[in-house]
Design a protein. Structure first.
Length: 278
């Protein structure tokens, strides 16, 4: 019996762990097949003095997606994971691919991490890309993992409490039965020193707090999304998958802080061992 297959469409860097460079290793280590499609290829993240590389040309990217169809991957995939997209042309191609894949494979679950911005830098993709995420990808998403800034931008509603999150989940217009996983939340009643992931879905709301680490690193959200997908693809319930992802993302962040790096670290033995338990 073949292991579950994840198609992961997001950024790739030569050095460091963001996008597919953060997602592929934990997905493989959890015993999944992965078809990784880059939306951009950069030398590193923008946190360094120089940045080389570029967004994938739309015609070349379209050829890669066509290759997936020719190998029959959308028809047998279990999860489609989407992340950072670097051009509006590629964003439209991703949305079209997701729609076609879900039509061809009704059991395919779409997990959209709408990487657009954060409280500090604000919106760091062009509004045209954010618009495609809002109107093209999120309506197909069975799961979405935006942070509070991204939720606020997508819905026009600031996120202060659970009532705001409930309203926002409806405003996002996700796929029927979809689950919003609001990440990195500090709500009005969040306990001091804690950070929450809040799941909003047809079954109600659940809150999942973890200690807040005094670090902020590139790749955190990409790793978290991949770990949630790993849990789901291995048959874990959503809440359990989210809590597993929180613990292991915190482990990767803590190790990175110990080493003084700018990005999450995936080589910690405890992190690697945990992936084998899924």
């Amino acid at each position: 019996m073949r292991p579950p297959l994840v198609i992961s469409i997001q950024s790739q860097v030569v050095m460091g762990h963001v996008g597919n460079s953060a997602a592929v290793f934990p997905l493989l280590a959890a015993g999944l097949e992965v078809a990784a499609v880059p939306t951009v290829v950069f030398s590193n993240t923008p946190d360094y003095p120089t940045l080389r590389g570029r967004a994938m040309p739309a015609d070349f990217f379209a050829e890669l997606l066509q290759g997936l169809w020719e190998r029959g991957l959308p028809e047998r995939a279990d999860v489609l994971l989407t992340g950072y997209i670097g051009s509006v042309e590629v964003a439209r191609l991703v949305a079209d691919f997701a729609a076609r894949a879900k039509a061809a494979n009704p059991r395919l679950r779409c997990f959209c991490d709408p990487v657009m911005g954060d409280d500090g830098p604000g919106l760091y993709v062009p509004e045209a890309i954010a618009g495609v995420l809002k109107d093209g990808l999120l309506p197909l998403a069975d799961y979405a993992s935006p942070n509070p800034f991204e939720i606020g931008w997508l819905t026009g509603q600031p996120i202060r409490d659970l009532t705001d999150l409930s309203r926002a989940a409806r405003a996002l217009r996700m796929a029927p039965g979809g689950h919003l996983i609001a990440t990195g939340c500090v709500l009005a009643d969040t306990a001091p020193g804690m950070l929450e992931s809040v799941i909003v879905g047809p079954g109600g709301i659940s809150r999942h707090p973890v200690p807040r680490l005094p670090v902020a690193m590139a790749g955190t959200g990409d790793l978290f999304a991949a770990l949630v997908v790993a849990g789901l693809a291995r048959g874990r319930p959503l809440a359990q998958s989210v809590e597993f992802a929180q613990v292991q993302t915190s482990c990767a962040l803590a190790r990175a802080a110990e080493l003084g790096t700018k990005e999450v670290v995936l080589s910690d033995p405890r992190f690697r061992a945990a992936l084998l338990t899924l």
